[in-house]
Design a protein. Structure first.
Length: 437
């Protein structure tokens, strides 16, 4: 194979293909991209495929000169070379063992792998066309609620069903009205790449298709292929959305003003929990945070509040995220007058619903420092509302006492890690016996 193209053409192809290529050694061949050069009735075409087995990007260009047709498995080093080439024509020539890259007076020879690239299904059966701006806006408003915890695999998707697009991580929930005439679960990895390509594409509509094993997105001349998953999406309506609809207090708040207040108050939030307290009383909302060094912030917003005092705790990052996903100047926030750990905050505007599950209020006791129960020792506080919201550690300083029970002997010194654990007395004979074991 031998092809020649301008640097910007070659770089654009490799950029888009390597963006989805595997970054791990689990499938070494997928760390490469598959380049094909062929001539058709229309024009000479170079097609480059990159994949991590979950998502695949197929890109192509006719702005090439093909001196010899063929194909090759190109490593990421070729991509690095093209990035550093001068703005001129680049020639790539390959045989069974190596690729040579030339640009002006520069020359490189790169050894090629002899492995075989997987046969990836690229069929595209169109189902619908969606305006790219609508698709981009809907995904942007939902993606903030996708879980970042790979252990909870069921939350690593955007779900599209019943003309609704939604995402949750078990503690927050975003839902957008979206006229999508098909059922789909788009994995987080595919969501990120769809957004990246939507921002760059020039055509006004995205052609979306479906096969037995994949969803396909036609983005200009590129084809993004997303593997279907068999993971069952949780019943988020029952567990998160429906309880929030029972909230009996509704407030109208200035969205932009609230965002600014949250940003200021969050400066002293504890980094372990991102906990922020909201106290509703006397026609005000007091927002406050406290970290383990006793740094604290407070700010008050005037509202209409003809109800008894109510205190709730939320993750300030999640609170800011749901506000940022909305667009109208005035938004509605709802609460449950009875409060309690099972209560949640609801947010709504036309076409959008958001929910934040309330955090346990004892997580706001950051001033207790290392004696405080950390998130690693907690059950999930949000999923589901009928599940356990209690901590598995049953005393205030559970972390420290748990470590105390695992006091260890190191050489001739034994240290009790908890203040209330009995002191350990170790004799030289005991130490000898321990070392012999």
């Amino acid at each position: 194979m031998k092809i020649t193209a301008k640097k910007y053409v070659m770089l654009a192809l490799l950029d888009r293909a390597f963006a989805v290529a595997s970054k791990t050694a689990a499938a070494p061949v997928l760390q490469n991209v598959w380049l094909e050069a062929y001539s058709s009735d229309d024009a000479p075409t170079v097609k480059v495929t990159g994949s991590d087995s979950e998502i695949t990007m197929v890109v192509q260009s006719n702005q090439v000169l093909i001196e010899e047709e063929g194909n090759a498995l190109l490593p990421s080093k070729v991509h690095d070379i093209v990035k550093l080439c001068p703005d001129s024509e680049i020639t790539i020539e390959t045989d069974e063992k190596a690729a040579t890259i030339t640009c002006l007076a520069a020359f490189w020879e790169i050894r090629l792998e002899s492995d075989t690239y997987p046969d990836i299904e690229t069929d595209h059966v169109p189902v619908c066309e969606i305006p790219k701006d609508s698709l981009q806006a809907a995904i942007t408003r939902c993606r903030g609620a996708i879980s970042s915890d790979a252990i909870r695999a069921m939350f690593l998707f955007i779900q599209v069903t019943g003309e609704k697009m939604r995402a949750t991580d078990g503690n927050r929930f975003h839902q957008v009205d979206f006229p999508f005439p098909m059922e789909a679960q788009i994995p987080a990895r595919g969501v990120a790449e769809i957004l990246r390509r939507l921002r760059a594409m020039s055509m006004e509509n995205v052609e979306i298709g479906e096969t037995d094993r994949h969803y396909t997105f036609k983005l200009d001349e590129d084809m993004l292929i997303v593997t279907k998953h068999t993971t069952e999406y949780p019943d988020v309506e029952r567990a998160i959305l429906n309880p929030s609809l029972e909230n009996d207090i509704a407030l109208q708040i200035d969205r932009k003003a609230m965002i600014e207040v949250v940003k200021r108050v969050a400066i002293t939030a504890d980094p372990d929990t991102s906990y922020m307290t909201l106290v509703f009383n006397d026609d005000t909302i007091q927002l406050s945070t406290l970290d383990k060094f006793s740094n604290q912030s407070k700010e008050v917003i005037d509202i209409h509040w003809p109800h008894p005092e109510l205190t709730v705790g939320v993750n300030h990052e999640h609170y800011l995220g749901v506000l940022s996903a909305m667009s109208t100047p005035q938004i509605q926030m709802t609460l449950k007058s009875t409060g309690g750990n099972n209560a949640s905050l609801g947010f709504s505007e036309e076409g959008f619903v958001g929910v934040l599950v309330q955090l346990r209020q004892d997580l706001g006791d950051a001033a207790k420092g290392s004696d405080r129960v950390r998130p690693a020792q907690m059950d999930p506080t949000g999923w589901g509302f009928e599940g356990s919201l209690s901590d598995q550690v049953h005393d205030e300083s559970g972390n420290l006492k748990r470590r105390g029970r695992r006091a260890r002997t190191n050489g001739a010194t034994a240290v009790a890690l908890a203040d209330d654990s009995p002191e350990l007395s170790v004799s030289p004979e005991d130490i000898g016996a321990i070392l012999d074991e």
